[in-house]
Design a protein around this ligand. Structure first.
Ligand code: NDP
Length: 330
């Protein structure tokens, strides 16, 4: 079985040489364990943070040890009650072909209910992030105008969908290419969208939101945050979900220069961690699962094939090569 190890801590943008694909022996499960053949694995922005040595909400990846991350696969051997060969599970030991998983850390998933990869995206962690970040953290209400950055990505595309389905007045998205903007407008359900590389975000956002915005769903940071603060209406709300524009920065990144507006406009800005919102999971699965079955919610995935291309997929995601969730299919 092959697995990806981090072999050097990247400074700034990671390089392929910071990773190594290594061959290891597959061991039989011990008591309470299952052996899983991974079918799909996830590459996510937060993994970049785990490659650094610094303190965070989640410990750094160890050097010369397999990296971790969301994965779905098929049980091939089990010494755990309730799990049998042929079952499909979601677990946290991605970045490898075969995973020896403590059954307590695996969740059974139903491949008949949704394609297995959906449990890493629209029906998984990014989906719950979008759902909870919009409905709980941003206190979204019908009639709100919503702006989301990283709008063509896994979380962002769903924020747009959910906002529309929940009665947003107007949904605006920004993304990094003309093709993504076309996707948002033609397929993604967005009312307006722009390419943040085409010109100042503030100018483009003002044009797209002539009556201002009520909610800003932050995935990017930097210039986007400053533009959103300037465009938010009184009692506007910001969910700080991610700040991907600075994940590879080697220098402190400039902050917004317009923070006094938070006072006058009584803007509420709140960070979120998807792990805090587990209680919403059943409602999320029921509602979003229902929209998928009824055809009201469509989604895209970008699939890279082969465990040997997992690092390419991760780096490609950081560069914006994905529309919807970036998935590695083994
Ligand atoms: P995406 O599918 O959105 O992939 C990342 C995207 O980020 C790329 O496709 C790229 O799109 C965009 N991007 C990269 N660099 C920049 C940049 N400098 N400026 C603007 N956009 C950039 O990833 P996810 O949906 O998984 O994650 C989206 C955000 O949500 C991330 O910030 C992530 O850290 C955060 N997150 C937070 C969670 C939480 O609990 N707080 C949980 C899950 C995700 P483009 O072509 O448009 O540039």
């Amino acid at each position: 079985s092959r697995e990806w190890h981090l072999v050097a801590r990247p400074l700034g943008w990671p390089n392929p040489e910071d990773f190594a694909l290594r061959e290891v022996a597959v061991t039989e499960p011990g008591e309470g364990q299952i052996l899983v053949r991974n079918v799909h694995m996830s590459v996510d922005p937060y993994m970049r943070g785990r490659m650094d040595e610094r303190e965070s909400y989640i410990p750094p990846f160890r050097l010369d040890a397999p990296m971790e991350g969301g994965a779905v696969g098929e049980v091939v051997a089990s010494r755990a009650e309730g799990f049998a060969p042929g079952d499909h599970v979601l677990h946290g030991l991605g970045w490898r072909e075969y995973a020896l998983v403590d059954a307590a850390h695996a969740t059974k998933v139903d491949p008949d209910l949704a394609p297995l990869s959906a449990y890493l995206g629209v029906l998984g962690m990014p989906g719950l992030t979008a759902y909870a970040g919009l409905l709980e953290v941003a206190s979204f209400k019908e009639g709100d105008t919503v702006f989301v950055s990283g709008a063509a990505g896994a979380v962002g595309s769903l924020v747009g969908r959910i906002a529309k389905l929940k009665g947003a007045k107007r949904v605006i998205g920004s993304a990094g290419s003309a093709e993504k903007v076309r996707y948002l407008l033609e397929e993604g359900g967005f009312d307006a969208a722009f390419n943040y590389k085409d010109g100042p975000v503030l100018e483009q956002l003002r044009k797209a939101a002539p009556e201002g915005i009520d909610v800003y769903f932050e995935n990017v940071g930097g210039e986007h945050l400053e533009a959103a603060i300037s465009t938010l209406n009184v009692h506007g709300r910001i969910t700080v979900c991610g700040l991907i524009a600075q994940y590879n920065a080697t220098e402190p990144t400039p902050g917004p220069s317009n923070l006094p507006l938070l006072i006058g406009k009584r803007i509420r800005m709140q960070g979120m961690m998807v792990g805090d919102h587990g209680a919403l999971q059943p409602q999320f699965l029921q509602e979003v699962g229902g929209w998928i079955r009824s055809g009201e919610l469509t989604y895209r995935e970008t699939v890279v094939h082969g465990v040997d291309h997992a690092v390419d997929a991760f780096l490609g995601m950081l560069r914006g090569e994905n529309t919807g969730k970036m998935i590695v299919t083994l």
